[in-house]
Design a protein around this ligand. Structure first.
Ligand SMILES: [Zn+2]
Length: 492
């Protein structure tokens, strides 16, 4: 059974509550814009501010995205989903209740296949997937607190797992893989710094075979690394408490990254404290058969499946495929680029390998250095295809190719035009290259000697010198040939 890995003398049980902000144009029960980073308190209206007598209306796009996630997590979909009021008072929630789902959420009893470090997979059970509204935001400044209600009423999807995770590492992997899935589905941007994906972690330990212990909850973890660190700290802390003969208190704790520890926030409420009751202003939601068929058809190939297919079809190795499929946009870019090569006998695996190593190497470096995501740049599969094909045909060197891609990434353009305009045309004139080769061979007698004595790799050094002298424009094939001729065929 899950939750039984030996971790000192106690069995560990970890469950996660992951909240994702759904990407919709408007809030979940009113027409206010659902955007991050606006001036405070401008995206508000009487509905999301909880004025008396207002009526909520349900956002269809939020419902659609919620069902996509519930279906992707293999949930049983309730025939009738019910919105309920969760009552509590907090300054960031002007209505004094949150519309959520409790007894009949959209989806229940699902699972997520977690890929473990050793490559094996384990099903992590999903308790439920429910849609709710987010609260506003409190900003604490010294002894004062400010309130920004722009976030109040934005659609939040909560995914609750069963306590099937065992270590901080597994919980971290779950958050990362789950984030990848929901980004693939396009239901959230999953931006953890902006709070689009947040996580509460429940953890308890107990003697083996005795089931769950007393649970503590660590709230508002906004990085997968913090999930791991907070859980590892909590498991150690709970072990110490039990070893010393004390009892664990059921409570909510906060992770303090600066001090690398959790601290008590409040004793935990039970669901009774919230006095849930059905929202009188929203009818139960009954998904129709056509709607569900439509959702099913919209579910794309999931990341793990795509990774394995790309290994199979394109001949990439595990690492390459893992990188290429890290984001859906990257995987689409890769497959599109390779498809342009075409060929009568299917995929050109050599070319696929070349595309993969450019995406993971030179292009990744350009993306990282500029801070501009690939999909927001001018680089298209067509451009990468053209440049790599020119390199393959020896019309330009790899160095020139890198320059062209860098220019188009920022400013746009057509590869052949750039080659012409910037005078990057390759030097293929044998006589011209021969003169440069001669000079470099003569200037490096020691290297030449070692090549004659079998250190063939040193030819690469001389190639580099020729490229330097020609700003990367010397035809690599001709250059290599001429270097060899000069060293091995001409008399000393
Ligand atoms: Zn509103």
């Amino acid at each position: 059974m899950a939750g039984s890995m030996k971790n000192n003398k106690y069995q560990t049980f970890i469950g996660l509550e992951v909240h994702i902000h759904l990407l919709t144009e408007s809030k979940v029960f009113c027409g206010c814009p659902n955007v991050f980073g606006s001036e405070p308190n401008i995206n508000v209206c009487p509905v999301c501010m909880g004025y008396p007598g207002v009526l909520p209306s349900l956002n269809g796009e939020a419902v659609r995205k919620a069902y996509q996630v519930a279906m992707a997590l293999n949930c049983h979909l309730n025939e009738k989903a019910v919105f309920e009021r969760k009552n509590y008072f907090y300054p960031d929630m002007p209505k004094n209740y949150q519309i959520s789902q409790f007894e009949f959420p959209f989806g229940i009893n699902g699972y997520f296949e977690l890929e473990l470090a050793d490559g094996s997979r384990r099903k992590i059970r999903i308790h439920d997937v429910h849609l709710e509204e987010d609260a506003g935001k409190m900003i604490h400044e010294g002894s004062r607190s400010k309130l920004d209600y722009n976030r109040a009423g934005t659609p939040l999807l909560e995914i609750v797992t069963e306590p099937d995770l065992v270590t901080g590492d597994e919980a971290e992997a779950f958050v990362q893989q789950f984030r990848q899935l929901v980004r693939y589905l396009g239901v959230t941007d999953g931006n953890m710094e902006e709070g689009s994906l947040r996580c509460d972690a429940n953890v308890s330990i107990n003697e083996y075979g005795k089931g769950l212990g007393t649970t503590t909850e660590v709230k508002n973890l906004n990085s997968s690394k913090f999930v791991k660190k907070a859980l590892e700290y909590e498991i150690k802390r709970q072990s110490k408490v039990i070893n010393s003969g004390d009892k664990i208190i059921q409570e909510t704790r906060l992770w303090d990254e600066a001090k690398s520890r959790t601290s008590s926030m409040r004793t935990k409420e039970s669901s009774n404290d919230y006095r849930y009751f059905p929202e009188p202003d929203l009818p139960p939601y009954r998904p129709g058969a056509d709607f569900l068929e439509d959702i099913k058809a919209s579910l794309i190939e999931f990341p793990g499946v795509r990774k394995n297919r790309i290994i199979r079809e394109y001949g990439l190795n595990e690492q390459q495929s893992l990188f290429v499929t890290s984001e859906k946009s990257m995987a689409d870019f890769f497959e599109h680029t390779v498809s342009l090569k075409g060929g009568s006998d299917g995929v050109d695996k050599d070319f696929a390998g070349m595309v993969s190593s450019w995406l993971g190497g030179n292009i990744r470096k350009i993306v990282n250095d500029s801070g501009i995501p690939l999909e927001n740049s001018y680089l298209t599969p067509q451009v990468v295809f053209s440049v790599l094909e020119m390199i393959e045909k020896d019309e330009i060197s790899a160095g020139i190719g890198k320059k062209i891609i860098g220019i188009i990434f920022r400013d746009g353009g057509v590869p052949t035009d750039i080659v012409r305009d910037l005078g990057m045309d390759q030097i293929s004139d044998k006589g011209e290259i021969k003169k440069i080769v001669s000079g470099i061979v003569d200037a490096n007698p020691k290297v030449v000697d070692s090549i004659r004595n079998g250190a063939d790799k040193q030819i690469g050094f001389l190639m580099g010198q020729v490229m330097k002298a020609t700003s990367g424009k010397a035809n690599p094939g001709i250059t290599q040939k001429l270097i060899r001729e000069k060293i091995f065929e001409e008399p000393k």
